[in-house]
Design a protein. Structure first.
Length: 486
């Protein structure tokens, strides 16, 4: 099991622990008692099902990652289908190869979170959009959009782009036809069938449809004095995305603008690939715009759908290039042309793949320490101890102790306490006896939302686990019993 810790993200174990609690009848809770909606329902539903079938904690991790790898491959098939349909066989092969050979996409898939499912559903939305102007096609497109949004909420951004690209021109052309609204209504209806139960459950259980995870991230990034200028955040996003495909952020942004201009030109020329290219470019830009203007936060898996769309754009560009060169390549058989494309894309991807192989492909090396500490917690702490952590996933999944999330991602109660700068009061109220985490990066961060005595006198530093990776050293802190004032 230790071999996978450091490849998978700590967030995967939030999912796994909540799935285990649901399976054991404790409801959607991480700590066994506090209900949370800080998860995406499609991946959670799959994990609950797998939990009932597999049972063993370590085996479940392997099976879950296998499901995500299958989703990754399904995305490649969808890219082959959509690019091939509008750009020819070489475009389809190139788009699929760009995705399959892209090291960053494979690495993110193994993080163990919901993004590969959402990306696969979005890719198939692009396949289904070509049939979206028929009654059955519109409904199927809506169902696929609903699945994408259940897999990951921000999929609604790209779904909106696809919906507008398909139906706004159609409604304009059919402006005098009374039944023109029926197709977009069927699409919306297909999505609503899947989404409304989830939204209704949130309203009934929490009085809102917003998820704990999104609320916590927004709260932490929008505290006074945090954040930078909009342009700086935009370029930071582009730099992060560009790094994954081997380009600078500025070059990537410039390339997207060029691709956008080409897609508009292609729409005017009624080129068969125009609509798909437009959706891909605007989809990448819309995701970047919302995250940089609103959430101010980024995890690598937030970029996975954009990587899929970039693969599609590159595939279409290669297909168009070969289409233009076709008169000069008559002597090269089609099979040879396809082989040339595969060799080109594989060759471009090889240096980055080699670099990741040399590094051991560990995007989260410090998390291997979490597993070692989790094994010690059961041995060192007395029975009945309750542990709090800002990075709580691995601790929660691999210990027999109750572990409470302290950053609010899967704990709405602590988020409310942090908003009132009463974190210590919450710690006492929740019966937390120990806090384990990176002291400088997270415990001191938590003190910004706690009473002054949180760091000054409420914690007794215990064992220190030296860590040269991200976050600094990890400490196991004992929480002093609450002193009740008369």
């Amino acid at each position: 099991m230790g071999v996978l810790i450091g490849i998978t993200a700590d967030d995967m174990f939030y999912y796994l622990e909540i799935a285990r609690n649901i399976g054991e009848g404790n409801g959607p809770t991480f700590d066994g008692s506090t209900p949370t909606n800080g998860w995406h329902p499609l991946w959670m539903g799959i994990l609950v099902l797998l939990q009932t079938i597999v049972g063993d904690a370590a085996a479940l991790v392997h099976v879950a990652l296998s499901v995500l790898v299958l989703a990754h491959l399904a995305t490649g098939v969808a890219l082959w289908r959509v690019a091939g349909a509008v750009g020819g066989s070489i475009a389809g092969l190139a788009a699929m190869a760009c995705w399959i050979f892209l090291p960053a996409a494979g690495q993110i898939t193994l993080s163990g979170v919901e993004a590969p499912l959402a990306t696969a559903a979005l890719a198939w939305c692009l396949v289904l959009q070509t049939d979206g102007k028929t009654e059955k096609g519109a409904f199927r497109l809506g169902l696929c959009m609903g699945l994408a949004c259940l897999a990951r909420t921000d999929s609604a951004l790209i779904c909106t782009v696809i919906f507008c690209a398909v139906y706004l021109p159609f409604l304009r052309e059919q402006s005098f036809v009374k039944s023109a609204w029926k197709l977009p209504a069927r699409c919306v209806g297909g999505g609503a069938i899947l989404l409304l139960p989830w939204l209704f459950w949130n309203l009934m259980a929490f009085g809102r449809i917003s998820q704990d995870s999104a609320r916590a991230l927004y709260f932490k990034t929008h505290t006074p004095g945090s954040g930078s200028g909009l342009w700086d955040r935009w370029m930071a996003w582009m730099d992060a995305l560009g790094k994954m495909v081997g380009l600078s952020g500025g070059l990537l942004f410039g390339g997207l603008l060029v691709a956008l201009a080409i897609s508009v030109w292609a729409i005017r020329r009624r080129h068969r690939a125009a609509l798909v290219l437009f959706c891909a470019v605007v989809g990448v830009l819309s995701v970047a715009a919302v995250y940089t203007s609103y959430l101010w936060f980024r995890q690598d898996w937030y970029l996975l759908s954009s990587l899929m769309l970039l693969s599609l754009i590159v595939g279409l560009a290669i297909g168009l290039l070969f289409e233009r060169l076709e008169p000069r390549m008559e002597r090269i058989p089609k099979l040879g042309q396809h082989g040339l494309v595969l060799l080109l894309i594989a060759g471009v991807s090889l240096p980055e793949s080699a670099r990741l192989t040399r590094l051991g492909a560990w995007p989260y090396p410090w998390q291997r320490m979490y597993l070692e500490i989790a094994e010690e917690l059961d041995e060192k702490l007395p029975e009945g101890s309750r542990v709090g952590a800002f990075n709580a996933g691995i601790y929660g999944y691999f210990t027999e102790l109750d572990v409470v999330n302290l950053d609010g991602v899967v704990n709405g109660d602590v988020l409310e306490a942090m908003e009132d700068q009463a974190l210590l009061a919450y710690v006492h109220r929740a019966g937390i006896t120990h806090i384990v985490d990176h002291y400088q990066a997270y415990v001191t961060f938590g003190s910004n939302y706690a009473e002054p005595e949180f760091l000054q006198s409420a914690l007794i530093q215990g064992p220190n686990y030296p860590n040269t990776s991200s976050g600094g050293d990890i400490y196991l802190n004992t929480v002093k019993p609450q002193i009740l004032r008369p």
